[in-house]
Design a protein around this ligand. Sequence first.
Ligand SMILES: [Zn+2]
Length: 315
Amino acid sequence: MGILIVLVAVVITIATSGGHDTAQSSAQSETPAPSTTKGSTTGKTVQETAAQVPAGPQISGEAAKKARIPILMYHVISTPPAGQPMSELWVPKARFRSQAEALKKAGYEAITMEQAMNAWQKGASIPEKPIVLTFDDGYLTQSTNAGPILEKLGWKGVLYLTTRNIGPTIPAASVKKLIRLGWELGSHTITHPDLTKLGAADLRKELEDSRLQLQAQFGQPVDAFCYPTGANNETVRAATKAAGYTSATTVVGGIADGAQDPFALPRVRVTPDDTPKLLLKKIEAFKAGAVPADAPGGYTLPSTQTAPQTSQVTG
Ligand SMILES: [Zn+2]
């Protein structure tokens, strides 16, 4: 059933994207692999993963292993109501669209964390200019607003879902919709706690049980993890690895690469003040190893492992 739905979605995507990008559309129609790959939950091969990558210049082997990949961090994709606390975590829909379109125009192609890990660890094929768009916590607007905008670009995101948010802030059906669009499902714990403050049993529960629940409820592999508010330490990182995850992201500002600890990957925070031009500039500044001086929103330097400004919006 899941495979059928994905097949239908792929057909619709191809049908509706006709004429927009001829090379990409024809490549997609020659490559039915994404539907079959999405149906399996284990044992994906390098070849299968590569087949999901959109057409365009690709890199593989040593070049893929050395790829520096910006991992963008988003939360709510909507205009915040007046007086909304943590409104810097809200990116209005139109702004999000202009950011994504500018990234595409600049040559970026969105991939998942799974693709990034396969590139770094196995040299699997990825686009020449890869980028990952991650969405924390689980909000309805990630499905209603971000989903269709990325779909139009032939892109997919990574949803780091806090399981207690399924229902209260994002319906399960919306999560399923994103999965059908090819999004990767990652865990962001059960209750969004500061993992560095938990005892061993609670830490394990937040890491393992959230992963098991997501796998059971959505029939997807769940190998990517994101630390709530970015808080992590050696104990937390070791427990995350022991729980079966293959990667974990933080709120430390920077560009991720394969030489880094895969359980302490930096990201680029995107704020509502990021015009497309500023966002591209921020990414370039991080690539050059600098924290963008003129970037609003605030950043933590790599030496700091926590960032007070990135707690959840509601939970
Ligand atoms: Zn969060």
